[in-house]
Design a protein around this ligand. Sequence first.
Ligand code: NDP
Length: 330
Amino acid sequence: MRQVIIIGSGPAGYTAAIYAARANLEPLVIASSVEVGGELMNTTEVENFPGFPEAIMGPDLMTRMQEQAERFGAEVLYQDVVSLDLDGDVKSVTLGNGEVHQAYSVIYATGSAYRKLGVPGEERLSGRGVSWCATCDGFFFRERTIAVVGGGDSAMEEATFLTKFASKVYIIHRKDTLRASKIMQERAFANEKIEFIWNSEVADILGDEAVTGVVLRSTTDGTTRELPLDGLFVAIGNDPRTHLVHDKLELTAEGTIWVDGRTSRTSVPGVFAAGDVIDPTYRQAVTAAASGTVAALDVEHYLAGRGEAALPESDVAQIDGLPDAATVGA
Ligand code: NDP
């Protein structure tokens, strides 16, 4: 029996693991079989994580977080969770390999999944020119003409990165203004290989074996035209990954897991949530990490309250001295 099982291995999951491990809770981290490290594994340079003035590559940052958690005793399993039983005092987590792990508390930090366009050709040509990951697939588009869909930071970052390989990168955006931060916008505007196609959406993705182009539809007058392309990168945001808990935990209108105020407490006692899966707004590596901290502190409080936590006296005293969880800031 564990004190806490953490599901997810992004900044929220690993930061929760660091705090829980340092509190002697010996957390088990279910890191997933293919998406270990979460979204930052698909990112290039992270320039806004405090402490790295020269930037750090996303995968390096996640490897360091994992090492830090393991150094204090977190155990990491490269498995997927297939089902959860969250009722009652003891929670059960069933993995893809059939193992069942039990704990008195669970931190759910599964992040979010890439949003899809939902247009014809997208599924069929996925991996054949349609991609959600520039760092994974950019290399295949050397001297090719490609497009990125989206107007946020992800689209700007992907498009800028892809100019290292492609000869031409279009950014297709449905409006005439960007949602991306000023610095990312300016970087894209200044890049000679990038051309913006405003007020347009992808209506169809063309190609039999591989992408040959897209049909663009004007969002102002509805007219369509074809744009020849060798590849299409979709960067239109993410949706919280709640499929394992949508019928077990209360969700918000935005589809994120409901938590009680500034705490990580979900609608089920002993179940806590952190990171992008509770956050429809900020969704930064730093805010996810902070959210993981809140979850670990809430778990300590919860376990101490139910008298099960095998904590040294000094830690218990510290927990007792915590302000009410609702006032613990991120
Ligand atoms: P965002 O939600 O910020 O942006 C999504 C973009 O895609 C918007 O421009 C939106 O258009 C567009 N879009 C959404 N759905 C569709 C659709 N069906 N068809 C066409 N376009 C669509 O997502 P991001 O992934 O860009 O960013 C998520 C978060 O991660 C943000 O907080 C961002 O700041 C952060 N981030 C930070 C980075 C950094 O600082 N280095 C790098 C990457 C992400 P519209 O504008 O019309 O709504």
